[in-house]
Design a protein around this ligand. Structure first.
Ligand SMILES: C[S@@+](CC[C@H](N)C(=O)[O-])C[C@H]1O[C@@H](n2cnc3c(N)ncnc32)[C@H](O)[C@@H]1O
Length: 229
């Protein structure tokens, strides 16, 4: 089969049953199966996954390696990878279909739109994997106050957060914003996860970006944090 272009992947996403797409920040609607509107807010577990298992989000999921990898390690959970880039999501969505992983889905949307798609307390775990460090735009980092505040709209007091990065600036920034935020507390952190025993078994999953960073001999950092209020 010939290799698909980005545009072909983008178009094919509309026909994948596990890809939900938002086309406009101003109109927070999700579409699936060639432009059918869906509203699973507050009902992802009961109406989409059709179970009561924990719901895990992978933010900035790219090709969805964590959603797939976590689903292999922990099959008894539901996973939704979120990214704005359609061609990357397509790779994860096709892999989930090939593996017959009905517990893995994807939302193509900006992360800032998620409060429209998830209800209070709906999300049980969040992984933030090699998100962009936005070196000149602190407020776009996924651990800026803006995003930490927005996660409060769809998480609960037991929700755990896991951030993995190669970037020193994002790591130090995140340690500070999380520690300073009244609703969160740092559980554990490492500025070089492979120099010691892994703090979480799932840290062994390596994404496209992590492999690139490891090739450049970058150290990989990790922060686990939780909601306390
Ligand atoms: C450096 S890549 C990492 C991808 C993947 N997690 C990996 O490790 O291979 C960062 C991803 O974050 C996505 N991203 C950045 N800001 C975003 C936002 N506000 N909403 C949705 N996706 C975003 C980008 O589209 C990109 O795919």
């Amino acid at each position: 089969m010939s290799k698909r272009t980005k545009l072909e992947k983008f178009a094919e996403n509309q026909r994948l049953e596990n890809v939900f797409e938002n086309f406009s920040y101003e109109d927070p609607t999700l579409f699936v199966n060639v432009l059918q509107k869906v509203d699973y807010k507050g009902k992802w577990k009961s109406d989409y996954f059709k179970n009561a298992k924990p719901l895990v989000l992978e933010l900035a999921c790219g090709r969805g390696e964590y959603s797939i990898g976590l689903a292999q390690m922990y099959p008894n959970q539901n996973y939704i990878g979120v990214d704005v880039k359609g061609a990357r999501i397509w790779t994860g969505a096709k892999r989930a279909i090939d593996l017959e992983f009905s517990q893995v889905a994807f939302i193509r949307s900006k992360i800032e739109t998620l409060p429209h798609f998830f209800a209070a307390e709906e999300v049980d775990q969040i992984w933030i994997i090699f998100s962009d460090p936005f070196l000149r735009k602190e407020n776009r980092r996924l651990t800026s106050i803006y995003y930490l505040d927005s996660y409060l709209k769809y998480t609960h007091l037991q929700t755990s957060f896991h951030l993995k990065t190669d970037d020193d600036t994002l790591y130090e920034f995140s340690l500070k914003t999380i520690a300073d935020h009244p609703n969160y507390e740092i559980v554990q952190c490492s500025n070089n996860i492979y120099a010691e025993a892994l703090q979480h078994p799932a840290l062994e999953i390596k994404t496209y970006y992590e492999k690139m960073h490891l090739q450049k001999n970058k150290t990989i950092k990790y922060i686990e944090f939780k909601r306390v209020k």
